[in-house]
Design a protein around this ligand. Sequence first.
Ligand code: KG4
Length: 358
Amino acid sequence: MCNFAFSTAHSTRIDNRIDMSRLTILGIESSCDDTSAAVITDGILRSNVIASQSVHEEYGGVVPELASRAHQQNIVPVVSAALSRAGIEPKDLDAIAFTRGPGLLGSLLVGTSFAKGMSLGLRIPIIDVNHLHGHVLSHFIRRKEDDEVPEFPFLCLLVSGGNSQIILVKSDSNMEILGQTIDDAAGEAFDKCAKVMGLPYPGGPHIDRLAAEGNPARFKFAKPRMAGLDYSFSGLKTSFLYTLRDQLKLNPAFIEENKADLAASLQRTIVEILIDKLDAAVKLTGVKTVAIGGGVSANSGVRQAVADFCGSRGLKAFIPERVFTTDNAAMVAIAGYFKCLRKDFCSYDEVPYARVTI
Ligand code: KG4
């Protein structure tokens, strides 16, 4: 097998570097339907290129096979653009970080294989990144030297289409899940409720937009009554569905006439569920810093609620730029940077995984 020889050679090259503080990492993200590449030097972002795939719109969700094919088409131009926007040549790279999982296997294979090929060609190490670590560590991406980053330990509310977790982040490599959803993720609750309202996929951003014009107190939906720090969104989803079903019998134009209030009330309920458990986690841990991440952290209601929650309790809040909430390679590059500092490289035998936890 070649992997041992290559890993050792590359590791040695890094070990021999006199100045480990000038590390330039290329990040590659291809876990779902965004092809992205980014360059980071010493934690400072030099480029972040994202090609989204519109091919899925007509299907109301991501079609894995189409996603893989689109990644194949996008990966070379996206990586080239990331390098040229960063103003560097491939030879200037020290390592390549790629998302190994979780995600769609066919999509992950494109990024993984590309990273391996490029690494072999350039004779530099590859670093496998857990996509979820990327979301958590996205708060360490800096645009300039004096940008503030969180101090360990901190709590991260990670809310996306596939996850709703409260994570105690003890270091860049030591993360403990304190609570997580036992059924749907927060993003699924947004998307599935939006779908029954007839909104396009993904529905979260549409709910967000409509909610800005609605009355959040107009409708009451079920909230889970569970002890501990785990989340549940399936009851809310059913309650939302039943409200629509009952009201549509009385008025077929119910959704159309009430869509802003429905969206605002749904968003308020999701936000309250998220904040309740976050509050409990802060009390349990005594941690003074709270961060949010994942696609749902782009939501205006979630962002405002977390900022207010932290403000009222004297906690430091880290709310990511919207570009770092959804899938992006900048977060993969920063997670790779941390691993590179620890010389935690991976071998060419590593394969993508569809499911993984923190
Ligand atoms: O992290 P992400 O891009 O994908 C994964 O799940 O890996 O998250 C996608 C989720 C979708 O459910 C989408 O509806 C939701 O994030 N989302 C939002 C908003 N923007 C994206 N949900 C509510 N409000 C938003 N503004």
